[in-house]
Structure formats: structure tokens, C-alpha cells
Design a protein around this ligand. Sequence first.
Ligand SMILES: Nc1nc2c(ncn2[C@@H]2O[C@H](COP(=O)(O)OP(=O)(O)OP(=O)(O)O)[C@@H](O)[C@H]2O)c(=O)[nH]1
Length: 601
Amino acid sequence: MTSQPISNIRNFSIVAHIDHGKSTLADRLIQMTGTMTDREMTDQVLDSMDIERERGITIKAQTVRLIYAAKDGKQYTLNLIDTPGHVDFAYEVSRSLAACEGSLLVVDASQGVEAQTLANVYQAIDNNHEIVTVLNKIDLPAAEPDRVKEQIEEVIGIDASEAVMISAKTGLGIEDVLEAIVHKLPAPKGDRDAPLKAMLVDSWYDAYLGVMVLVRIIDGTLKRGQRVRMMGTNAAYEVDRIGVMTPKFMPIDELGPGEIGVLTASIKEVADTRVGDTITDERKPCDAALPGFKPAQPVVFCGLFPVDAAEFEDLRAAVGKLRLNDASFSFEMETSAALGFGFRCGFLGLLHLEIIQERLSREFDLDLIATAPSVVYQMTLTDGTEIDLHNPADMPDVVKIKEIREPWIRANIMTPDEYLGSILKLCQDRRGVQVDLAYVGSRAMVTYDLPLNEVVFDFYDRLKSISKGYASFDYNLSDYREGDLVKMSILVNEEPVDALSVLVHRSQAERRGRAMCEKLKDLIPRHMFKIPIQAAIGARVIARETLAALRKDVTAKCYGGDATRKRKLLEKQKEGKKRMRQFGKVEIPQEAFIKALKMDE
Ligand SMILES: Nc1nc2c(ncn2[C@@H]2O[C@H](COP(=O)(O)OP(=O)(O)OP(=O)(O)O)[C@@H](O)[C@H]2O)c(=O)[nH]1
């Protein structure tokens, strides 16, 4: 591949609300520019992980270089950086955007602007992007392009009169998108003769090539064999390979200013690379690193334990493997009185947590118990020590605590008018503080400050069910605020089950405690004896349920009868047992740990 003049390069990303058609459009662009043959196109090329495809969400940002012969007779190199479509990965999104000069704003013409459309497009605008508005799904009978254009102008405040109308599904209008990219988005700028300055945009692990690092060259050139230094981690490497993704890796000799490509350099783990870091020449470094470098911080933690204690080593190997490819996932060993050996894991957010759990059970075939997700609390102790608490089980004695602070988020919710009342109530119940309420046509746009603690568990599920799926939600971590938080323990048959203890706001403790006891009463099977289930703060019991004793043995009714039937029943019971955990004399099913925490209001 010959090197292009910088004026023929366009770097762009696609910003959209989930499901508005970002991946479908990306695939069409790849197909139209002949980068791949139809046979090579799997359903959606850019979302390559199984779970991503199944759930239809983009998790890891990927990139692709397209060669487009435009109507003006010139050939252009278009670099598309795919951004993850979820708030958990906000920092990755911000770095991907910082690597481009423009964005395609894709809006579903039948749905209009949603919460994530706003969050993402504002980020693009913050990065000084030129924006090309694309209205997708105009093939749908419900499409209302004129109304949506108006809405975009009104809500986002950008000119939508020249919006490109397309159907990514049928292929209509895709060439217009390519022309708009070439003519409306600016070419990158950069100085070829300056020392190398490149941004580390993303990294991932490839089974054949090892750790691959996606870079955007700002100034200078990057060549094979060059010695480079990462300015944030201060590690130095010799570059083994340079290439571009088409979307397959294709080796090239050199990357110049404005270009986006990939390097490999015998880097052992993805964790050795930091998104947002600046890469420079070891011998002739640039003066200053790029601004805005911020290592990813886990915000949600939970314990993961094997159902079968013998699988602990398998779990250790599995989390180690996942970490190879995901620097933002962290873990350390943990022991629980109730659950034995496991790991305390840190995640960027709830979706991230769910993805990792799912991968562990699916790809590694592990049966896991996950404890209640918890946020990171900051504490000041009476002796002045500051600690970060990741696990409610490690909560210091209350007399030693001077102050507890919890993370708050600013949430944007967009919803059809008719669900607004219930949504406001939900936010209010979760200790929310209303910041703003505005209308866009018949849709309400509410901004709330909420404690992350109240959102982590099932806020999103509740929001979706209240609004029949129509409300959309987006958030940013804002600050830490002091809170009157207490540790609530759950006792089953008088024994505390540490994996079920949670930190709650004092005002919510009784309600949460009662709900958890009621849930557990339904989730724990009856035993031969009566089982008290209690919620307590310190020594004070705040809620109690009693699970009545079971009278008969399951096989009693086939006494003297058919032996096969009896064996089958026992086997069935054994199967059930595998998913149970013994607590003192009581067996608690695996599913109880998560289900007990869900609130049906
Ligand atoms: N009718 C119609 N459906 C479309 C069109 N474009 C995409 N879709 C469908 O809309 C759904 C979502 O499309 P995706 O491309 O996966 O959406 P996305 O924005 O990439 O979603 P994330 O990857 O989760 O961010 C899929 O079922 C697509 O088949 C279109 O132009 N017309």
C-alpha cells in the first residue's frame, strides 16, 4: 500500500445510540469500499466477539482502513475508529474520538435522539469534531426524517439540513455518506519532520500476533525496528511490526502523521499498555505528552467464587486469561467465610461486570457465585487514615469511622411523556436529586444526580420495565459525597452470610432488609427444620422472615415403589445440589445471591 498525502486522509468515528445502526453502517462502508469480499463478511465484522454479536453491542473499539475512490477522481484513505457504545467504556470512547477529526452522527429516523446520542455527540463536539449527520433506517414505515432533523437541531443544536438519509440495511445512500466524509470532514494535520508523537488509542491480544496496539500518529513517523517509549508507563520497546487493519491485519512499512495503524512490539500483556498514553521515539523524544491521559479506574466491584470449590484453580486461570486482553478488569484473591476461595474483581461498570461474568461461564465453563456488586467507598477513620473500601465485608468497626463518602453520578434519562411520573418516582426512591427537566416534543429529558450505590444493582432493569423499554439512560461519574451509610448483614439460621452483606443508606436499610428477607424466603428451599432469615445492622435485627420446616423426604412418596423412579429423583436432587452452597446446616442455591438483591417495587 502506498503512502497517501495527508490531504487525502480522513479519520472518523461513528457516534450513535445503541441499536441505531452503527455496526450495520460500518459493515456497509467496508463492503462498498471493497475492503472485503462478500464472502468474508460475517454478519457484523466490527463486533467480533461472540457475546458482542449475541447481545448486539460493541464492547471493544476496533478500527478499519477503507480506500475510497471518490467522485472527484481522487483516492482517499478513510480510517474508521469504532467506539464502544456504552457508558462503562466512556474513557475509551473519549480516546477514540480524540484520534479523529470528525464523526458520523447516526440517528435512527424512526426513534430520534436518545440519551446516548446526546452523551456521545457532546463528546465528539468537545473534541472539536466536524459532524456529519446521518439519518438511518429510512426504509422503515415509521421513519420520520423531517421530525428527527428538527429534533436534532433543537436538542443538539447542530445544523441537520444536509443530513444524509440512508438505510444501512438495504444499502441506500451509503455512497452519499462516503462523499460527505471526504468533503465535509477535515484532513488531519501533522509535521512529518517533528519527533514521533503518537497516541495509544486501544490495545488487544491476538492469539497469533500477541499484544496489538492501535495508534494515531500526531507528528513524525513510525517505522519497523524503531525503538519507542510509552511516556505514561515509561516502558521502552522495539517495534516488530507495523500495519493497518483492513479489518484484517495487513503489514506496511511506515505510518506517517495523521495516520492510524497498529504496532506490535513483544509487549507481554495488554495491561502493559495504557489507553491514552503517548508513544514517542526513545532517542529523539517529543517535548510534551498528549494531554488527558487517565488510567482506567474500576468503579464497581464484586466477589466471584466457584460453586464447586475444586474449580478454584480453573477460575484463577480464567480470570488471568481475561485480564490478558482487558486491562480495565482487575482481580485479587479473596476468602469468604461462606463461599471459600474466590476473587474480588473490579469493573468499569455494570455492563462490563456482566460481560466478564458471562464470558467466565460461557468460554471457561465455570459455575460461579457472584456477590452483590458494590461501589468504591471512601472513608476517613477517626485516626485520620483514608481508605478505599471495595468490599462491604472489610468494613471497619463503626466506632473507628469518622466519615463515609460514596460516588455519585449525573444521569440523563429520555422518556416518552407517559412514563415520566413513574421514572421520577424511581429516581426519588433511589435518593436522586433532580437537576433538570425539559421537553423535546413529546419526550421528556430529565437530569438527576444519583448515588451510584442505588444504581448499580437493578436501576437500569427497573427503568426499562417501567417504560416498556422506551426510556434511555446514560450517566457519568460526578463526585464523592458524604452519606449516612451502614453495613447490613443477612443471617440465615443465625449465621451471617458474608457474601450477602451490603452497604446501604440508613434511610433505606429497613426496606431493603425486608425485601431481601422476603426474597430469600422464596429462594431457599425448605429444610427439615425451621430457618430464620434476618437482616441486621450490627447486633440490631431490622427484618425477619421464617422459612417453615419441610415434612417429607422427596423419595417418601415412592416408598417401596419403582426403584428407577426413586433413583431418578435422587439424581435430580443431586443435580440441584451442585448449584447449592452449604451455610452451616442450610443450603442456599447459587441464584439466590443475585436474586435476593433485586427489588420489586
Ligand atoms: N430497518 C432497518 N433496520 C436497520 C437498519 N440499520 C440497522 N438496522 C437494524 O437495527 C438493529 C441494530 O443495528 P446495529 O448496527 O447492530 O446497531 P448498533 O448501533 O451498531 O448497536 P451497538 O453495536 O449495540 O451500538 C439491527 O437489528 C439491524 O439489522 C436500517 O437501515 N433499516
